[in-house]
Ligand binder design. Structure first.
Ligand SMILES: CC(C)(COP(=O)(O)OP(=O)(O)OC[C@H]1O[C@@H](n2cnc3c(N)ncnc32)[C@H](O)[C@@H]1OP(=O)(O)O)[C@@H](O)C(=O)NCCC(=O)NCCS
Length: 182
């Protein structure tokens, strides 16, 4: 899937860019991943040591996603840093290729400045423009109020909950399943 690269103004002449990630972005996307594992470990599924990533793996993933008709990796770039990313991972089979699964993140020190909404709008724009994608779906932790708010406000509807499917240290949480037709 493709989408045009776009600049987003931050005021005082500064800006960030949202564009399809290239294999060359792998290093900065990896830095974003490590930064979030350190500053916000409770919003992602695998813990750092359970899902080891390298720049090579990220580069290969970006390249593979670029070739699919129902997936893409988006990066929000400020100066030389990745400040956010969004992934659409489309179904691999004829029976599932009309569905793409969204996940996204914004660096903690960049939140509440519109980057998350801009990434989500861009991902939805690409999904709507696709000839293949009909449904964007996602899962989010019930305790993740910011993400739930963002998704609800962008038109995602709750489809159900997988109760107690998450163990976050000494407490359990529900997985909320959401989707929207595009
Ligand atoms: C969810 C997340 C992507 C939002 O990114 P962000 O850049 O802070 O979002 P924005 O500034 O664009 O805010 C967009 C909307 O999200 C909601 N929102 C964001 N932060 C919120 C908060 N702390 N409390 C309540 N709502 C919040 C609001 O609806 C907001 O719209 P508004 O500014 O008009 O009120 C970010 O918090 C994040 O990366 N969280 C960790 C990873 C994650 O949870 N990913 C999603 C699960 S797959």
């Amino acid at each position: 899937m493709r989408v045009a690269s776009r600049r987003h103004a931050l005021g005082d002449g500064d800006f960030y860019q949202i564009r399809v990630a290239e294999p060359l972005d792998a290093g900065r996307l990896l830095d974003l991943h490590f930064d979030l594992c350190r500053t916000d470990p409770a919003t992602d599924m695998p813990e750092l040591d359970e899902f080891p990533l390298s720049a090579d793996i990220v580069a290969r993933d970006a390249k593979a996603l670029e070739r699919t008709a129902n997936g893409m990796l988006l990066a929000a770039i400020h100066d030389r840093d990745a400040i956010g990313s969004a992934v659409l991972r489309g179904g691999r089979f004829r029976r599932t290729r009309h569905v793409t699964e969204l996940s996204m993140r914004v660096r903690k020190d960049w939140r509440r400045r519109g980057v998350g909404r801009a990434l989500l709008d861009t991902a939805l724009e690409a999904a709507r423009a696709s000839d293949v994608v009909e449904i964007v779906s996602l899962t989010v932790f019930l305790s993740n109020a910011p993400a739930l708010e963002l998704y609800r406000s962008a038109g995602f509807q709750e489809e159900g909950r997988r109760r107690g499917h998450l163990r976050l240290g000494d407490r359990d949480d529900d997985l909320v399943l959401m989707s929207q037709r595009v």
